[in-house]
Design a protein around this ligand. Structure first.
Ligand SMILES: NC(=O)c1ccc[n+]([C@@H]2O[C@H](COP(=O)([O-])OP(=O)(O)OC[C@H]3O[C@@H](n4cnc5c(N)ncnc54)[C@H](O)[C@@H]3O)[C@@H](O)[C@H]2O)c1
Length: 247
C-alpha cells in the first residue's frame, strides 16, 4: 500500500486498534500524528514505538468531543508537517446497558465521543484537505452500527450515525478530491472487550466463519488500504472486517 510520506492523523491512537494502526502506517513510510485523550498512555506508547525520538511520529493530546482541543490538535499537525492526507476517526468508547437501565449521561457521552467527535475532527480537517485538493477520511464504525446489539443502544446509534455521515461526506467532498469511507470491525481483541465475558466471546468465535476474533492488525490493515493511493477511487463504502460474522 502506498502511503509513503503521507501525513496521517489517527485519533484514539494510544492503545488498541489505533496504536496498531500507528505502527502499520509508520512501517509503510507515513508520518503519523497519534492523538488521544489519555496523555499518560499516549506518552508511554510514543516511548515504546519511538524510544529514540527518531521517527516521524507526533504525540498530540486530543479530546475529540471538545472542539477547541480538536482545533488545537489540527494546528499542531499542520504546523509540524504543513498538510494532512489521511484522518482516521478511530477514537471510541462504550458505556453499555440495557435500554431500561441506560443513564441519560451515558447515552450523551457515547454520542458525544463516537458520533460528534467524528464530526468535530472531520470538520476541522476538511479545510486542510480541500486546500490540498486531496485527502482520505476513514471512520471507525462497527458491525453493531449495521446490525444492532443487545445492551448497546448508545453505541449502535453512534456507529450507525457514522455510516450516514460517511455517505453524506463522500457525496459532498468528492469534488475536492477527498474520499470518505467507514470500516466496520467485528469483535476485535483489545481492552475494549475486557468486560465481555469469555463465554460470549466463545460464542462469537463459533459463529464466525473464520473461527477467530479480530486482531488489531486486521482493522489497521483496512485503514492502511483505505488511506493508500491504491484506494483512491473508493468512497462512501462501509468495509466489514469481521471474519464473516454477520453473513
Ligand atoms: N474492539 C472491538 O471489538 C471493536 C469492534 C468494533 C468497533 N470498534 C471500534 O474501534 C475503535 C478502536 O477501538 P479499540 O478496541 O482499539 O478501543 P480501546 O478502548 O482499546 O482504544 C480506544 C482509544 O480511544 C481513546 N479515546 C477515548 N475517548 C477519547 C476522546 N474523547 N478523544 C480522544 N481519544 C479518546 C482511548 O483513550 C483509547 O486509547 C473504536 O471506535 C471502537 O468503537 C472496536
Amino acid at each position: 500500500m502506498n502511503v509513503k510520506d503521507k501525513v496521517v492523523m489517527i485519533t484514539g491512537a494510544a492503545r488498541g486498534i489505533g496504536r496498531t494502526a500507528v505502527q502499520l502506517f509508520l512501517a509503510a513510510g507515513a508520518k503519523v500524528a497519534m492523538c488521544d485523550i489519555n496523555e499518560e498512555q499516549l506518552q508511554a506508547t510514543r516511548g515504546d514505538l519511538d524510544p529514540e525520538g527518531a521517527r516521524p511520529l507526533l504525540a498530540v493530546p486530543l479530546n475529540v468531543a471538545d472542539r477547541a482541543s480538536v482545533d488545537a490538535a489540527v494546528k499542531t499537525v499542520t504546523a509540524a508537517w504543513g498538510r494532512i492526507d489521511v484522518l482516521v476517526n478511530n477514537a471510541g468508547i462504550t458505556r453499555d446497558a440495557m435500554l431500561h437501565k441506560l443513564a441519560e449521561e451515558d447515552f450523551d457521552r457515547v454520542i458525544s465521543v463516537n458520533l460528534k467527535g467524528v464530526f468535530n475532527c472531520t470538520q476541522a480537517v476538511v479545510p486542510v484537505m480541500s486546500a490540498q485538493k486531496s485527502g482520505a477520511i476513514i471512520n471507525t464504525s462497527s458491525i453493531v452500527g449495521v446490525y444492532g446489539n443487545v445492551g448497546q443502544t448508545n453505541y449502535a446509534a453512534a456507529k450507525a450515525g457514522l455510516i450516514g455521515m460517511t455517505k453524506t461526506w463522500a457525496k459532498e467532498l468528492g469534488r475536492h478530491g477527498i474520499t470518505v469511507n467507514a470500516v466496520a470491525p467485528g469483535f476485535t481483541m483489545t481492552e475494549m472487550l475486557a468486560t465481555v465475558p469469555e463465554k460470549v466471546l466463545d460464542g462469537v468465535r463459533n459463529n464466525t466463519p473464520l473461527k477467530r476474533l479480530g486482531a488489531p492488525e486486521d482493522i489497521g490493515n483496512a485503514y492502511l488500504f483505505l488511506g493508500s493511493k491504491e484506494a483512491s477511487f473508493i468512497t462512501g463504502q462501509v468495509l466489514g472486517v469481521d471474519g464473516g460474522l454477520v453473513l
